[in-house]
Structure formats: structure tokens, C-alpha cells
Design a protein around this ligand. Structure first.
Ligand code: PMP
Length: 301
């Protein structure tokens, strides 16, 4: 039996016992929302921003949240404490809940709330040293007026198709463009380019999720005096950038050294990317929502 405790609809259950109905509309239709959050040294990074994004997603799709934002925030903290992990990845899922086989969400009165806390599957250290190769793919980003990428919904097929195309091209990640050909984001991360003293990332309206890591990097870059802007750019700008990097809760900041066969800069992680990663890692252990953990070295799983 695993030592991992899952929060499921009001109680803590063992991983093996954490089960929900096959009539759940999250399962049947991808009807629901989620967040991926990270705990660094007993501090939950940008907890409020993650919870704000979750509740905004819920409001946007008229999902009845069974807990207030404050209550759910406390439940997330409790789940981290229950699992006794100082460094962890939190997956918070709120699905529409069980209904019948029709689409109608009004027949799903009880949302399912799941909080999973796991030890971090850290990205291989070597990738931070070498950087990664990526490609752009034919799959376009959902248009914001169709299914807004700002809603962090359980419907990730758009992103999954991108991941499949990345695999088919023998790389681990890919960039998607929006319907006008502007660069939007990766399958599960945001993109930045650095060129001629300017740091750019696509604005939300292009079709990028407003990533918490992305926003933290914008803050850090501003504090460091970078000329940083949210501005649309094309593949040409990526190919000719001096540095390219991706950001996300799991990946943090990862250098991209080749895009569609074009070597970026010198083909190794650039000084600005490395500097921003260093500053980011400094920030994550300094700030955050404190979790009460009894013992510095206690790791349950
Ligand atoms: N874009 C998409 C589509 C994502 O799924 C994620 C991961 N949540 C990101 C960007 C990065 O966002 P964050 O920094 O909040 O993890």
C-alpha cells in the first residue's frame, strides 16, 4: 500500500482507493479545470496566482466550485502537510462531476475535487546544461474566441496533438502557432525569445496560457532591468533570436538550442537564460505560502 494520501471530495484516501465514477464528465468530456502547482522547500510557489487562475477558469465555464477559494487553498496546504513533502508537485483537479451520458453539465450537481501531491519528477539535470531541440508543428493553438487558452481546462487534446507531433519529429517539445501564424506557446509551457537586448513573450490574446512561471520570469526580468515585453512574434523571430527558452511549473526555465533545424545562438544555453533560471530558483525558495512540516527531512513517499 502506498503512503500517498489523495484529497478526494472532503476526505483523505490512499492512492489505491482514490476512485471516481466513469460517469464523471471530466472523464467523459474533458469538462473540468486543473492547476499544477509546485512546493519548494516547504513553500507553495505563487499559490494565490494559481488559485486565482483556477477560480477564473471555473467562473468562465460556469463550474460550481464546492469550496470557496480560501477553503480550497487551505485544503491544498493540508494535503501537502498530510503527505509530508517539502518539495513536491501538486495537481488540483475540479471536474464537473458525475452526470448522465449526455453533455448537459446541469445534470452534474456535484463537482469532483481531487488534490494529488507527489514527489517531483525533476527534469533531467543534463537538459538544463545542453538545452533542448524543438520544432514547430502544424497543429494550431485553440483560438481564444473558441476555447480560450486562458481556461486551464481538462480538455488538453489541442496540446496532446502537439506533443504527438513533437514525438513524431523525435523531439520532446514543440511550439504551436496561432491561426494567424504567430507563435503561441509549447504543449505545456510558455516561450520567450531574447534578441538585441529585448526579452519577448507572446501576449495572452495570441493564444498563450498566462503561465505563473512566465509571469514570474517577467517580474524577475523587470527587476533585473531587462527590456521585457509581451509582444507577438513569428517563427522568423524565433529562428533569428539570440536565445530561446521555455517556462513552466515543471520545467522552470529550459533553454532551447535548436528550432526546426535552426541552431539558436551558439547552440548552447545562453547567458540570459541561465541568469534568469538562477534568479528564478532563488526566488522560489525565498517566497511562497509556508506549509507546516514537522521535520526538515521527512519524506513520506
Ligand atoms: N501553457 C500551457 C498550455 C500549460 O499547460 C502550462 C502548464 N500549466 C504552461 C503554459 C505553463 O504555465 P505555468 O507556468 O503556470 O505552469
Amino acid at each position: 500500500m502506498s503512503d500517498q494520501w489523495i484529497f478526494l471530495n472532503g476526505e483523505f484516501v490512499r492512492k489505491e482507493d482514490a476512485k471516481i465514477s466513469v460517469y464523471d464528465h471530466g472523464f467523459l468530456y474533458g469538462d473540468g479545470i486543473f492547476e499544477g502547482i509546485r512546493v519548494y522547500n516547504g513553500n507553495i510557489f505563487r499559490m494565490k496566482e494559481h488559485m486565482d487562475r483556477l477560480y477564473e477558469s471555473g467562473r468562465s465555464i460556469l463550474l460550481n466550485m464546492p469550496y470557496s477559494q480560501k477553503e480550497l487553498t487551505e485544503l491544498v496546504i493540508k494535503t501537502v502537510e498530510k503527505n509530508g513533502l517539502r518539495d513536491a508537485y501538486i495537481r488540483l483537479v475540479v471536474s464537473r462531476g458525475p452526470g448522465d451520458l449526455g453533455l448537459d453539465p446541469y445534470k452534474c450537481p456535484n463537482a469532483n475535487v481531487v488534490i494529488i501531491v507527489e514527489p517531483l519528477a525533476i527534469f533531467p539535470k543534463q537538459l538544463y546544461e545542453t538545452g533542448i531541440d524543438i520544432v514547430t508543428v502544424p497543429t494550431r493553438r485553440n483560438r481564444p474566441d473558441v476555447l480560450s487558452p486562458k481556461v486551464k481546462s481538462l480538455n488538453y487534446l489541442n496540446n496532446i496533438l502537439v506533443k504527438i507531433e513533437a514525438h513524431l519529429a523525435n523531439v520532446s517539445e514543440a511550439l504551436m502557432l496561432n491561426d494567424q501564424g504567430y507563435v503561441a506557446e509549447g504543449s505545456a509551457d510558455n516561450v520567450f525569445i531574447y534578441k538585441k537586448g529585448k526579452l519577448l513573450t507572446p501576449p495572452g490574446y495570441i493564444g498563450a496560457l498566462e503561465g505563473i512561471t512566465r509571469n514570474a520570469i517577467i517580474d524577475i526580468a523587470k527587476e533585473l532591468g531587462y527590456d521585457v515585453a509581451e509582444e507577438p512574434f513569428t517563427r522568423h523571430d524565433v529562428y533569428t533570436a539570440e536565445e530561446v527558452f521555455l517556462t513552466g511549473t515543471a520545467a522552470e526555465v529550459i533553454a532551447v538550442v535548436k528550432v526546426d533545424g535552426r541552431v539558436i545562438g551558439d547552440g548552447v544555453p545562453g547567458e540570459h537564460t541561465s541568469h534568469l533560471l538562477k534568479q528564478f530558483r532563488k526566488k522560489v525558495i525565498e517566497e511562497g505560502e509556508k506549509v507546516n512540516l514537522p521535520d526538515e527531512n521527512l519524506h513520506v513517499s
